[in-house]
Design a protein around this ligand. Sequence first.
Ligand SMILES: Nc1ncnc2c1ncn2[C@@H]1O[C@H](COP(=O)(O)OP(=O)(O)OP(=O)(O)O)[C@@H](O)[C@H]1O
Ligand SMILES: [Mg+2]
Length: 285
Amino acid sequence: MGAGYRLYLASLILGLRRKRVSEIKDHQSTSNSKDAMLEIKDLHAGFEGTQIIKGISLTINKGEIHAIMGPNGSGKSTLAKVLVGHPDYEVTAGQVTFNGKDLLAMDPEQRALEGLFMGFQYPVEIPGVNNAEFLRLSYNAKLVHAGQEEVDPLDFDEILDEKMKLVGMDKKYKDRSLNEGFSGGEKKKNEILQMAVLDPKLAILDETDSGLDIDAMKVVAQGINKLINKDKGLILITHYQRLLNYIQPDFVHVFGDGKIIKSGDKSLAHELEAQGYDWLTAAKN
Ligand SMILES: Nc1ncnc2c1ncn2[C@@H]1O[C@H](COP(=O)(O)OP(=O)(O)OP(=O)(O)O)[C@@H](O)[C@H]1O
Ligand SMILES: [Mg+2]
């Protein structure tokens, strides 16, 4: 359960293992386009011999927001988890480059340190791991990877206060165990708090809107908007057009049975809201 990199970061806290920066291999550049942040080419992946992702090609350039929609079970979360290196899934064909480096050759933790982040549809509870401590060690791991000095707990506390304000989270969640006993909406906010602290180059947010009340969704969406800029990329997986009123996508892709069956601009999300998916799947069959 959970993604390897998140568990890795948790394991740093638990003192189970610490990867030295010098151990992190430099991956060769294989990209052609200088603005392409993520290039997925004909990706096939699955779980224990079952194909779930059946040939996905997608390029995310710097500054772009892509929404991914599609019916339940069409492979949206699986794609996201494959991209962050979830150990349950096996890539059977295709290539993925992230900022010109071979993403699939990297460990989950390297992917995170290189600036890839995923906010989970079902965030994992890690009892015994203090939320603020987890965030501080995650933050410091990224600083060390970037060749910078770690911040001390007092300075981090100020950084954390500012980030919590950004996502509309009460300070009392600092001292709770990571996601343990958090309500559905609190877990989603905590995912965005992690994003705010880690400041990723590319964030994949899997149904962040589900579980958030209407006011919380607005605050979180405003927070996300403040975290992205022309150098960042964002993939929003969502079932509802409503989120896209607050975070405007440049592209909308519809998944169907492990493939992208239609891509368009944000008007596609309105069409889906009005008509559902039948017209797309019917056209396909
Ligand atoms: N670890 C797994 N074990 C067994 N089946 C899996 C596993 N992961 C994914 N699948 C199957 O792969 C398919 C795609 O699942 P996925 O979670 O990617 O769908 P999704 O598009 O995110 O759906 P939803 O909108 O409901 O979140 C589903 O049929 C799911 O049951
Ligand atoms: Mg899903």
